[in-house]
Write a protein that binds this ligand. Sequence first.
Ligand code: SAM
Length: 360
Amino acid sequence: MPKQRHRLTYANCWEDADLLVSRLGDIRGEKALSICSGGENSLSLLCGEPALLVVVDKNPMQLALFELKVAALKSLEREEFLGFLGYWESADRWRVYELLRGDLGPSARAYWDRQRVPLESGVIHTGRVARTLRLLARFVFPLVHSRDCSRELMSRKSADEQAHFFRTVWDNRRWRAMVRALFGKPAIFLISPERDFFEFHSGSGVADFLLEKSRRHLSSVAAQENHILHYLLFGNFGQHLPHFAREENYDAIKARLEVVVTHEGMVETAFPTFGRFDAFNLSNIFEYKTPETFEALAGSMAAGAKLGARFAYWNVLVARSLSAVQPSAFRNRLDTDRDRSVPDKGWHYSRFLLDERVDL
Ligand SMILES: C[S@@+](CC[C@H](N)C(=O)[O-])C[C@H]1O[C@@H](n2cnc3c(N)ncnc32)[C@H](O)[C@@H]1O
């Protein structure tokens, strides 16, 4: 039974799976480790046909959500799956759950049996982050820009038209004031997804950082297809689905679920059981560490990786780079803060990093 002090935080991954999948390299036949969070980015990795995918999270509730998503993938056709999870409309989610619950382990089943309301609303809209974003989309953003204006921001248009729309319509005083109010201290501490996120960051400068990142992303055509932006503005993904739920990926993922195992605990606790890995998706877990703990963890990651292994991870506010703290064990292959031509739908991250395990 998952311990009660744990709560579901992430019903979705707010990181760009297209970027992850395209940059992690060829993982066919390899052993991959992926942080669970909402689970979809781990599922996306199945498109690369790894021999083993170990999905890790220290929070058992995230793994209970993952189990539910896997059970739904196994049994449902794509349309029903999208309806059940909440991407699309559905009137009979509880009935579908009753069909799926037999596929869940006892802990996950005991948990989801008590979650009728979240299940009926669609599980991708539950958890702390999605609930906060939906409140913002419903009550706060409309104070700044109307729904029509948000639709216009995401409508198809040329690069010049997008930049012009952002400059002349979107980027007004109210928009900037709202970002400053929501992401200035102390409000940022209230809406932060996890209590310890700001332990290593003062919170100051977050609004400026987000305004600058938003300016770059929202004035580019990439914004027009961004499912994360759509959720932020409208409280749903609309027609813009994350990588794993798209038609071209769904069946490939469904066919490879047997190589997935889950592991509850801190990431480094997976190594004694599963040995060394070839590829890692580490979300932005390094930001929740002191510099000293991060340095020690970098050593553990080096020990848990085969030579040539790739590490994909993000930074939001706190700079954490494996190759910077352990240059003899890691070499950086991509840093999107340096190479700004690489698109990242998670524009609120400061950078995506891809490091390789080397032996110098
Ligand atoms: C780092 S958080 C960030 C979520 C991400 N920014 C997103 O939007 O999807 C993702 C997940 O990592 C888990 N996590 C954080 N640090 C971890 C660690 N050291 N080992 C295992 N799981 C960890 C959390 O429980 C959470 O479910």
